[in-house]
Design a protein around this ligand. Structure first.
Ligand code: ADP
Ligand SMILES: Cc1cn([C@H]2C[C@H](O)[C@@H](COP(=O)(O)O)O2)c(=O)[nH]c1=O
Length: 252
C-alpha cells in the first residue's frame, strides 16, 4: 500500500542527501519518481545536498497543486511510481493534504523531507500537517551535533552572528553562516534580510543546537567555544603512545 512518509531532523542532518539516495536507488531499479522542492539554497527548481549532489526538481510555490499536477501528468501518459518533496516545511497545509490524496487516491508513495520547527522552536505549518497526516514519521539516523557535543535538536538563527528569536519564519540560509561571514541566498521572495525585525540589512545564518543551549541562546560563538575539532580538543591517547585516530577528540 502506498505511504506518506515524513523524513525529518534538524538542518544539516542529511535529509536532502537521503532524498537523492532514495531517488538514485529507485531509478536504478527502473522506477520513475517525480521530484519537487521549494526554496532550495541552490536556487529555483533544484534539489541539492551539502555533499555536492544536485538534481533538477519542480519548484512547488504556494499556488502549486500536487494532486492536480499528478493527475494531469498521469492522464497525459506519464508514469510516476513515487514522489519526493524536499524542503517540505515550506509547503502549505493544503499542499500536504494534496500529497495525502496523491497517496490515497492515486496509490503513489510520497516521501517528504523537512525540518519540523523553526528558529523559534515553533512548528512550520507544512510540517505540522505532515505530522498530522503522515503514515510514518522517520527521524534521520545521522545526528547533527551541538557545539557542546550533545545531539542537536533545534535550529537557531543568527543575524550578523548573534542568535535571534524574532523575525520572519521563512528566510533561506545555511549553517556555517552563523558567524555572519557567509552568504544566505534569498529565494522565493524570502531574502536573507527578511528575518530582521527592523527590516535593515544583516547576514542571516543558522546553527543547530541542543535544547539547553537553544534556550540559553548560547551559540558556539556566544559560548566562546571552538567548533568540535581534533585541533582544539585534547585527543584520547591510544595504548603505549599510539596516537588516537584524528577526529576522535571527546567533547567536554
Ligand atoms: N565534507 C563532508 N564530508 C562528509 N560528510 C559531509 C560533508 N559535508 C556535509 N556532509 C554530510 O552532509 C550532511 C548534510 O546533508 P544535507 O543533505 O545537505 O542536509 P539537510 O538536507 O538535512 O540539511 C551533514 O550532516 C554531513 O553528514
Ligand atoms: C530554522 C529555519 C530554517 N529556515 C530555512 C533555512 C534553510 O534554507 C531551510 C532548511 O534547509 P535544510 O536543507 O534543512 O538545511 O529552511 C527557515 O526559513 N526558517 C527557519 O526558522
Amino acid at each position: 500500500m502506498a505511504e506518506l512518509v515524513f523524513f525529518t531532523g534538524t538542518m544539516d542532518c542529511g535529509k536532502s542527501t537521503l532524498a537523492l539516495q532514495i531517488q538514485h536507488n529507485r531509478s536504478a531499479r527502473g522506477l520513475k519518481g517525480l521530484i519537487f522542492t521549494r526554496n532550495d539554497r541552490a536556487g529555483e527548481g533544484r534539489l541539492s545536498s551539502r555533499l555536492g549532489l544536485v538534481t533538477d526538481a519542480v519548484e512547488a510555490g504556494d499556488a502549486f497543486d500536487f494532486h492536480a499536477y499528478l493527475v494531469k501528468y498521469l492522464t497525459g501518459g506519464g508514469r510516476a511510481d513515487y514522489v519526493i518533496a524536499d524542503e517540505a516545511q515550506f509547503l502549505t497545509p493544503g499542499q500536504v493534504d494534496q500529497l495525502a490524496r496523491v497517496v490515497d487516491d492515486l496509490g503513489i508513495d510520497v516521501f517528504a523531507f523537512g525540518i519540523t520547527t523553526d528558529f523559534r522552536t515553533k512548528l512550520f505549518p507544512g510540517s505540522q500537517r505532515l505530522l498530522e497526516l503522515a503514515d510514518r514519521v522517520q527521524t534521520l539516523q545521522v545526528e547533527a551535533l551541538c557545539w557542546c557535543g550533545a545531539r542537536a535538536t533545534h535550529n537557531a538563527r543568527t543575524l550578523d552572528g548573534r542568535m535571534v528569536v524574532e523575525g520572519a519564519q521563512v528566510v533561506v540560509g545555511d549553517v556555517g553562516d552563523a558567524a555572519g561571514a557567509g552568504g544566505a541566498a534569498g529565494a522565493g521572495g524570502a531574502g536573507n534580510a527578511a528575518g530582521r525585525a527592523d527590516g535593515g540589512p544583516g547576514r542571516v545564518g543558522y546553527e543547530v543546537l541542543c535544547r539547553r543551549h537553544h534556550r540559553r541562546r548560547l551559540t558556539a560563538a556566544a559560548a566562546g567555544a571552538a567548533v568540535l575539532s581534533p585541533d582544539v580538543l585534547p585527543l584520547d591517547h591510544g595504548p603505549a603512545g599510539i596516537p588516537a585516530q584524528p577526529g576522535h577528540g571527546r567533547p567536554a
